[in-house]
Design a protein around this ligand. Structure first.
Ligand SMILES: [Fe+2]
Length: 295
């Protein structure tokens, strides 16, 4: 059967047709998400007016992004990080009370199952280079009372700016990672190496994007922390080295917040406690407080 007076639909009509197909979605949140996605995606296409080849290239880019994902690397997280989407998600979801430690990105290289270590342990035992560094921390509540038995996941790049997953010689072994529990005073401390600034991985699709748009790929040096304690909001954050000149050039993942920039203080010689941690030379001391808000 043929219809008379059939005409091609306009872009607006096509968008309206697609939106209508989601009207019977039982889950209201899913309906909202899908309709908003269609609206914005159609608006993007109308704005950019890609050629067919450009659209196929974009789909190939996403396919390539998937190829660079495995258990130790997630190129989609990196893509969201470098497009500023991850930090927007953080901003929406992690508004903390005044005085609580601010959150920032999880990043693409967190690994579950880092070893739980005693206070004072060296998380960077597999790293040859880098300034020995002692990180002393206290976990507090908003009233500055200690939070005991918090579980703190720590991970960082080594003194060469590399994560363990980027070092073939480690053959999948973890380095510069560990988990600690705070004591009755909310304290924990560990030995490491001063992390070096680094470039996000640029051998995948994100690197191709950054080169194409003439953007740098650098991240200022930092240590990642994820803190969980019963009765408190968990916080995933970084501490940035205040002396790193790469803070000036901007973080390619937009993750720096002023309150997370802390001094990494060089000390000429170790005190007794530092000697007990096996450090007999100049070292770097980082003193931190993490403040949790009740859940
Ligand atoms: Fe990092």
């Amino acid at each position: 059967m043929t219809r008379k007076n059939m005409r091609n639909k306009t872009a607006e009509e096509i968008t309206a047709d697609v939106l209508r197909t989601f009207e019977n979605t039982a889950d209201p949140r899913l309906k909202q998400v899908m309709q908003s996605l269609v609206k914005h995606l159609h608006a993007f296409v109308e704005d950019v007016r890609p050629t067919t080849q450009e659209w196929l290239d974009a789909l190939e880019f996403l396919k390539d992004t998937g190829k660079y994902c495995d258990d130790t690397r997630n190129e989609f997280i990196l893509l969201c990080d470098t497009l500023g989407v991850s930090i927007l998600i953080d901003l929406i979801n992690n508004g903390k009370a005044e005085g609580a430690t601010e959150s920032t990105l999880l990043g693409p290289v967190h690994r579950f199952g880092a070893p739980e270590l005693p206070h004072g342990a060296d998380i960077a035992a597999g790293s040859q280079d880098g300034i020995p560094t002692v990180v002393k921390c206290r976990v507090l509540d908003l009233g500055r009372n200690p939070v005991a038995d918090a579980l703190i996941d720590v991970w960082q790049a080594n003194g060469d700016g590399l994560y363990d997953s980027q070092i073939p010689e480690l053959d999948g072994k973890m380095d510069c990672r560990g988990r600690f529990r705070s004591d009755e005073g909310g304290r924990f401390f560990f030995r490491t190496v001063r992390p070096k600034f680094y470039s996000v991985p640029v051998d995948g699709s994100v690197g191709r994007m950054l080169r194409a748009v003439n953007r740098h790929s650098m991240r200022p040096s930092h240590i990642h922390f994820m803190i969980n304690a019963n009765g408190y909001e968990s916080v995933t954050t970084h501490i940035f080295d205040a002396n790193d000149s790469h803070l000036e050039g901007g973080d390619t993942t937009f993750a720096v917040k002023q309150s997370l920039i802390r001094p990494f203080v060089l000390r000429d010689k170790p005190d007794d406690e530092t000697k007990r941690m096996g450090i007999d030379s100049a070292y770097c001391l980082v003193d931190l407080e993490f403040v949790l808000q009740a859940s």
